[in-house]
Design a protein around this ligand. Sequence first.
Ligand code: F6R
Length: 611
Amino acid sequence: MCGIIGYVGTRDVVPVLIGGLKKLEYRGYDSAGIAVVNGNGVEVVRAEGKLSNLEAKLDDRKLHGSFGMGHTRWATHGKPNENNAHPHRDCTGQVVVIHNGIIENFLPLKQRLQKAGHEFKTETDTEVVAHLIEERIKGGTKFVDAVRQTLKELEGHFALVMIDGSEPGTIVAAKQGPPLVVGLGENENIIASDVAPLLAYTRNIIYLEDGEYAIADQQNVRVFDKNDNDVTRPPKKILWDAVMAEKEGYRHYMLKEIHEQPRAVRDTFNGRMFEESAQIYFNDLQLTADDWAKIKKVQVIACGTSWHAGLVGKFLLEDAARIPIEVDYGSEYRYRNPIIDGSTLVIGVTQSGETADTIAGMQEAKRQGAKLITICNVIGAAATRMSDGVIYTNAGPEIGVASTKAFTTQLTAFYLLSLYIRELRGEDVSVRKQGMHEMRMIPHRIEHILKHQEQHIERLAHKYANSTDFLFLGRGVHYPIALEGALKLKEISYIHAEGYPAGEMKHGPIALIDENLPVVAIATKTPVYDKVVSNLQEVKARDGKLIVICDEGDEEIAKLADDVIEIPHTIEPLQPILSVVPTQLLAYYIALRLGKDVDQPRNLAKSVTVE
Ligand code: F6R
């Protein structure tokens, strides 16, 4: 996700900004830029691609100053090119803005500003902020007050840093969602997306909370809440080293990424779901009602965790589309002589967009005339370049080898696609509105699980860590989660685990059950709940150890299970996004207990680019 840095002080600002952006590189980006304020006013330099491209441009420009901002962009609105790279300016070029996140109401704001004569130069949502501030300054308002008023107009999740070249020396930074931290130095203050770039200058850090904004100059930082009241919060002393800082204090990237899921899921639906009109908007997917009417079947191609997302996708899309949906492993698809023609829609699901098996399958489908779309987490990756349309999952870079937030955002993308298909088919608006409402609640519900169940799951991990085998059971939408839970455990703890549809257990795996076998089952309230409970009784009758992921307050399960993990209720198609979270935590804490290398498990690579 985008990286942000702002500096005001006495040092030469360009090396501070570039050094800071280098520390933020791990977040992933496709372009970068800086703005420096000096005797020449505001000077902006931007470049597509890696920071080295920006550095090469800066070598030619010889910029100096002691006040400015820098940004690495992970594209959401508009292509990843130099023109869309941050910082963005107003019409005068004096108000400069960098931004992480999504401004959901940018479209009506942009239309209003265009009518008032503002000229927009980029495709981004960010640019509206610069023009909104400009509009107020034109009316006689001072920069800081213009920012205050502008913030009240913005909807969505964003971290913003704003400066005005005609009032040099003051930076305003606002947080509504994505992280933003302020480092308090001696005669200098520095603002960034996380603490990694600050550690070279200070260890005194203020974490901004949602709705807050900070006004910083060389000597002071003042923090305000959303009602413009002063906030007094003593800075925290950060003792992390640089590696810990990149993990934001988490012990492993995997744990950090599990905790990022509320944000990642939110960033995947934000700006795409419009409840009032019950419409879904995908800016990189041109699939009209006419296109859809020609589609007679859908084939999903993926590998590993992404394949599990595809299996959930099958449930969601089949229900929405009422046409056959097949889900294939990339490595199987092209060797089984699949039936493909112009009425086939192929969906490649790949977080990296570079998995050789998935891409080979997609190539074969394309060769035979299928329409191709990709659900992908990396802008411009190979799979996206060959596709007719893309749904990006805005998870941000995933560094832990075992996929977590990439998976839950793939499930989010499938759910949005199912709503979109319902829209194309002219289905009832009220069902779509209800679905959108439930989707919006999912980040809060994931937070609830993390807050109330993590310690309990850690204790369960200690209790069961010495088991040699695990069985994971689920039915319907939770069957793929049983597979995913088993895969996560295998990958990082090296314990043998199998995922099975609960109803199939009696056809074989039931022979494995004895008092030494932990069985992790998902039994939330779905239409097959009673059937799952019967399956669990079969486990209990054979002395299996039952760990059940169930709805909060389910007394029937509490009586039956050895251990329960409670999750909040939601509608059935969204339940997998919640039920997978305890399985991720269980795998993580078991692997940790066993002393395994959680982020770099043996024999595994993050992106498998060979067949
Ligand atoms: C498991 C995992 C892998 C990937 C698989 C496909 O935690 O991450 O199973 O899901 O290698 O990768 P992508 O999604 O990049 O195509």
